[in-house]
Design a binder for this molecule. Sequence first.
Ligand code: ADP
Ligand code: ASP
Ligand code: MG
Length: 448
Amino acid sequence: MKQLTLAKFGGTSVADHQAIMRCSKIIQADNNIRIVCVSAQSGVTNKLVALSKADLSTSQRQVLLQEIKTTEYQILTELGKPASLQSELDALLADLEHLVSGLDSQPSMQIKDELQAFGERMSSLLVAAIFQSQGIDAVNFDIRTVLKTDDHYGRAEPQIDQIKTLAETQLLPLIQNKVVVTQGFIGSDQNGLTTTLGRGGSDYSAALIAEACAADVLQIWTDVSGIYTTDPRLTQDAKPIAELSFDEAAEMATFGAKILHPATLIPAIRQGTAVFVGNSRAPQEGGTWIRKKVTNKPAYRAIALRREQVLVTLKSPGMLHASGFLARVFAILAEHKISVDLITTSEISVALTIDNPANSTQQGIAPVVLQKLAEFCEVSVEEGLSLIAVIGNHLKDDSNAGGNVFAELKNCKVRMICQGASQHNVCLLTAGDQAEALVAHLHSALIE
Ligand code: ADP
Ligand code: ASP
Ligand code: MG
């Protein structure tokens, strides 16, 4: 083995038999790919999340289950229904049905993780079988034996050292003569109970496994030909970026370019793994390389948009010259593992934004947190806002960088602006219904 490459295929890349066949071509074309990390079939995780909702009727549950079964059995049928695979898939679907039929009105977060994990578990089973049908010596591997996390269900924290040790003993020996196909998104806690890393977490899983196995390259195969100057669904003028630095890509992921889970670049930066993002439908188009060092570092590189932001404003008359107010606020947020994206302060108030991920069992900010904050300050909450991040380089030092962005904001209702903490971003918060138009405008003014 000259180099070790880990390839991650997202939901659309493994959506059906034809899509998985395209993945097998990518594997066959590159002998260095020894580990494959897959998402659930596109749409399946949304359905699994919906299944755990308390207000669902029995017939609605049946419809969702049936839709999931149809997706999975369709792939099996197109593969020619090999008997052993059929019985493994039957068994997984029977376990899923059993879990769903036993759900009470308020399933725990652990049960929700258990439920969501079926998507990735069925996917890796089918993907490994299709690879085998194409002559690839593939084996399906349960990543929960390696990807250890804490028990913060719904957004579990990986235990890096333990993952490395387990990968060395359980995973690395296998790749000597097999292509290991495994699940993204899922892990297990210290008691062996299933956890998940949060929506979109397969990218993060892939980066963690690549780190643990000291892979040279991490490939993220998705439905667009690399990282673009903005989400290509927002404007036709978005252009693919050939090369990005770790810093720029990490900012893009953090501020919402859905193409990468926000934490993906953290293990890659630690390990120095080069990351490639490409299109499994059109691998020949090339994609984006994310590396430690890049030659071109433009002031404005890309624009990211994150919807469904919650703005929490905390006002304390006592904050005037009072130390400890922010510490108290952040202690409560830390206790509830809530991360803050943007923050601005005045003498007596602080405003902060919190992500409220769609289709997730995670909640932006729970009522109990608001109650605790309300014990010592006035709390107001605004929802339905969008965070726009202009991402680039030397934005702190460039005397025009912020001004150029502000000059484009005429007639926009901007609720918050943050500049100066990072060389790589200028961020603003705007009304949700204005956001897409503003992204397109900023893109044409600053990037094109
Ligand atoms: P996967 O299922 O492969 O993980 P995702 O849907 O999570 O794929 O991410 C891919 C999507 O990310 C694209 O279809 C695109 O709409 C969106 N996206 C957001 N920002 C960007 C960007 N800057 N460049 C490319 N795609 C982006
Ligand atoms: N299947 C999971 C999700 O849809 C993880 C992923 O695809 O990255 O969120
Ligand atoms: Mg994704």
